[in-house]
Design a protein around this ligand. Structure first.
Ligand SMILES: Nc1nc2c(c(=O)[nH]1)N[C@H]1C(S)=C(S)[C@@H](COP(=O)(O)O)O[C@H]1N2
Ligand SMILES: [Mo]
Length: 402
């Protein structure tokens, strides 16, 4: 039996057990039971991770605490974890094979990790991995699904090989319209459908789309996809398949559950630039690009002669950030924040804002980012049935005491 709420002594005892199991390398054995009844919010330490905010234990869904999002690069130990299936594969790197095939290639391949590393050019890209449902928990009215707040995202330097090069080696045919990706994790019997995603040909062939084996200079952490994951810079993390084992070039669009039914939004509501035409149907389109967004990671209200200050990060789908602006008077006047170093078009970019010293009382700082193609954060999140793409202005309360 499980406790109904988060912070009970049974829970704490259980966490000690988990830690002990982890230390013994018995991670899978520690993953018994179901997620029902677990309150969101407790910090829990998974193997190889610092304490993260638990949404569900099985499957493991854990978000990054705000304090680890202050820098443009998110440490591997703090990087969020999201799984659809409860059983996390333990992959033997030496025995690992990536199968590349399907009707859309002339020459199927079976590649080991060493082969991938040595026979293809190694490249790196710094990019934000953000769940489509990041901030779902902030939608009002409430939307069903994991109640993520602001930490279902992170930014890392990903190192690997170009998917385009591998597809070229396999003889990708002109007739291939989509490329499908399958992973080592699978649903328990009679569970949800196997998590399989596809990409449109153009995005699969994009030079920044990688098969990555390293994250921030380390082999991928187990919970972030060891030994190989797909990295799709600019697109939401649903496409970033972890524990990748199989790539299939398709001559007709994939009709699987995770493409045809899940991760879709009302098309007209979101201004997408990079679309997924073979998966659009009527009013609905797959979630593709990450919406322009920002996050306040630190704030100080100042007071006396001290100015108010805000710090944070901003990001978009790679079109290039233009500005982050702050309003202290309910949106009449907006002043620009200063950007920190540019780590590349797909990366988090830090920013800092120094305002005036505020008089005693309760103030609100409103924050919004915009990119170079004119996309802006919206005053209120755009309602959609699954709670994707929340990119509303953040409103931070600053209290100055008398
Ligand atoms: N194999 C596998 N890959 C997956 C998923 C999954 O359930 N299984 N979930 C996807 C989703 S929805 C997200 S948000 C990201 C999360 O990546 P992370 O766990 O490394 O943070 O992985 C993606 N890749
Ligand atoms: Mo996700």
């Amino acid at each position: 039996m499980r406790p109904d709420n988060g912070q009970t002594s049974a829970d704490l005892g259980r966490r000690r057990v988990l830690a002990a199991l982890a230390a013994a390398g018995a991670w899978c054995a520690g993953l018994g039971g179901s997620a029902t009844g677990w309150a969101r919010g407790a910090l829990e330490r998974l193997p190889g991770k610092w304490p993260l905010i638990r949404l569900t234990h099985r499957p493991p869904n854990y978000e990054t605490p705000l304090e680890h999002l202050r820098s443009a690069i998110t440490p591997n130990e703090a990087f969020f974890v999201r799984y659809h299936h409860a059983v996390i594969p333990e992959v033997d790197a030496a025995a690992f094979r990536l199968e590349v095939g399907g009707a859309g290639v002339t020459t199927p391949l079976s590649l080991g990790l060493e082969q991938l590393r040595s026979e293809f050019k190694t490249v790196a890209v710094t990019a934000v991995c953000q769940c489509s449902g990041n901030r779902r928990g902030l939608f009002r009215p409430r939307v069903a699904g994991l109640q993520w707040e602001r930490g279902a995202m992170g930014c890392a330097e990903w190192r690997g090989v170009r998917l385009a090069e591998v597809l070229e080696r396999a003889g990708l045919k002109a007739s291939a319209v989509e490329v499908l990706f399958d992973a080592a994790d699978a649903p328990p019997l009679e569970g949800t459908p196997d998590f399989i995603k596809s990409l449109p040909r153009a995005k699969a062939l994009h030079p920044d789309t990688l098969l990555a084996f390293e994250m921030n200079g380390q082999p991928l952490p187990r919970l972030n996809g060891f030994p190989l994951r797909l990295v799709v810079p600019g697109w939401t993390a649903t496409y970033w398949i972890k524990h990748l084992t199989r790539i299939e070039a398709l001559e007709t669009p994939d009709k699987g559950f995770w493409m045809a039914s899940a991760y879709r939004m009302p098309r007209a509501a979101f201004p997408l630039v990079e679309r997924f035409p073979t998966q659009e149907s009527g009013e609905r389109a797959p979630v593709t690009e990450i919406a322009v967004n920002s996050l306040v990671t630190e704030s100080a209200s100042g007071g006396g002669r001290a100015p108010c200050t805000l710090r944070g990060i901003a990001w978009d789908a790679g079109h290039g950030l233009d500005r982050v602006e702050v309003s202290l008077d309910g949106g009449r006047r907006w002043d620009a924040a200063q950007f920190g170093p540019d780590l590349g078009r797909y990366a988090f970019r830090t920013w800092a804002f120094t305002g005036p010293s505020l008089p005693p009382g309760r103030h609100e700082a409103w924050v919004r980012a915009a990119n170079r193609i004119g996309q802006v954060q919206v005053p209120e999140a755009i309602p959609n049935p699954s709670g994707y793409q929340h990119n509303a202005w953040q409103r931070v309360v600053l209290e100055v005491s008398a």
